[in-house]
Design a protein around this ligand. Structure first.
Ligand SMILES: Cc1ncc(COP(=O)(O)O)c(C=O)c1O
Length: 408
């Protein structure tokens, strides 16, 4: 990732399919002062005094957050996830939500399974926490459940415990894959059978059209199996660094009464960031209030733009490389049902040297996928992201990519 950031900076004129960052013209709608006013007005209307409002915004705040009520209400209307505010922790981006969740779920001797490939941030978090990680292959139809079962049995035989599986069911980063409803149900049943927690990372579900949404694992969870993480980076602004984790499970603790997993995550947060900036949370709170309390409504214009961008990219890839998912073709590529990540397989290894050649000679950047893999499989694959580009840039970038591929 460091190399990728360096090369993006080194070739500012290249067309970059590398970062998964939001389309910047959407930031023009973010007027910080009025949004904070909206939030403050709502808190005043709910009975907070002037002193309390000031304390709410400017003082150290509760580790679990100050907009949990708004997020709980939004998850109820948008996702049919019905949890109380105290089952949610507001975090510094989804990255902190993942880090803290891994920390709390993995005492010494507990290990983690991840779909392979997976988002690099979760691999980095597990690495920095010294958590042993088992890759579970995903061929595009979902995690290989037999491999998951074998990993769980292996751990048990060795006196350890496979505690959780990280999975991103909707348009995953980097594959763009989405789990079918049946695959979601099979995964939940397997998690129950193996006594596993599913860590559901969900930043891209909002990109689906409203008539094309599938229920999240958390919405289908009847057995307390799912911890669900989310972010306002993609539906609003990454610069606010506001994410959240839904962890409504009750955990037995002796001595003392059971506590919610969210309370344990909030306690762990005390050792990392204390609390998520109340000002940043208030900004997001103001945005939610101005969109009828709905994360889906907040994300809707961005989702429409992302769907357009994806359509342009898929059209151009079909034009240059033929139909998607054709084994044996010089270039194989996959058309995701949503999100904005597209996988392409090159006829040669896609390493850092090849990326430099692509940037220098053809002015086009992409992300090598090998960094997302723990096991084999990503050597020749690249990830294209079309989130931050104009349509003309996508058209030109795809043409440059085709020239680059011709020269391989
Ligand atoms: C799958 C996935 N999870 C988590 C994150 C981190 O999100 P945040 O910016 O909220 O920390 C990203 C960021 O791109 C992501 O792609």
């Amino acid at each position: 990732m460091t190399f990728l950031n360096e090369i993006v900076a080194e070739f500012p004129d290249a067309i970059s399919f590398a970062p998964g960052a939001p389309y910047e013209p959407f930031f023009a709608d973010i007027t910080v002062g009025p949004l904070l006013d909206t939030f403050v007005e709502a808190r005043r209307a709910a009975g907070l005094s002037e002193d309390e409002v000031r304390r709410h915004l400017f003082q150290y705040g509760p580790s679990r957050g100050i907009i949990n009520d708004l997020v709980a209400a939004a998850l109820r209307v948008d996702e049919a996830i019905d949890v109380p505010p105290d089952a949610i922790v507001m975090t510094v981006g989804c990255q902190e939500a993942l880090f803290l969740t891994l920390r709390v779920l993995h005492p010494p001797g507990a290990s983690l399974a991840v779909t392979d490939p997976s988002y690099v941030g979760v691999l980095a978090a597990a690495d920095s926490l010294d958590i042993a990680v088992h890759p579970v292959p995903d061929d595009g139809t979902g995690p290989d459940l037999a491999a998951l079962r074998r990993a769980s049995e292996r751990e048990r035989a060795a006196g350890r415990r496979l505690r959780a599986l990280y999975v991103s069911p909707d348009f995953a980063n980097p594959t763009g894959n989405r789990l079918t409803l049946a695959a979601r149900q099979r995964l939940l049943a397997t998690a129950s059978a193996l006594d596993l927690i599913l860590i559901e990372d969900n930043p891209y579900a909002f990109t689906a059209a409203s008539d094309d949404r599938l229920p999240s694992l958390k919405a289908l969870d009847r057995d307390g199996r799912v911890v669900h993480t989310g972010t306002f980076a993609k539906v609003a602004v990454p610069g606010a660094r506001v994410g959240y984790v839904v962890a409504d499970q009750w955990v037995e603790r002796r001595p003392g009464p059971p506590v919610r997993l969210a309370a344990m995550i909030a306690a762990a947060k005390n050792a990392v960031t204390l609390n998520t900036s109340p000002l940043a949370q208030a900004l997001i709170g103001g945005l939610l209030l101005r969109h009828g309390g709905s994360i889906a409504a907040l994300g809707a214009p961005k989702a429409a733009r992302l769907r357009d961008n994806r359509d342009v990219l898929l059209d151009r890839l079909a034009h240059h490389f033929g139909e998607p998912d054709q084994p044996g073709a010089g270039v194989r590529w996959w058309a995701p049902e949503g999100g904005y990540f597209v996988q392409v397989e090159l006829p040669v290894e896609a390493d850092d040297a090849l990326l430099r050649y692509s940037a220098e000679a053809f002015g086009v950047l992409w992300t090598p996928m090998r960094g997302f893999h723990l096991g084999p499989g990503g050597e020749r694959r690249i990830r294209l992201s079309c989130s931050a580009l104009e349509h003309e840039e996508i058209v030109e970038g795809a043409a440059r990519l085709a020239d680059f591929v011709d020269a391989l």
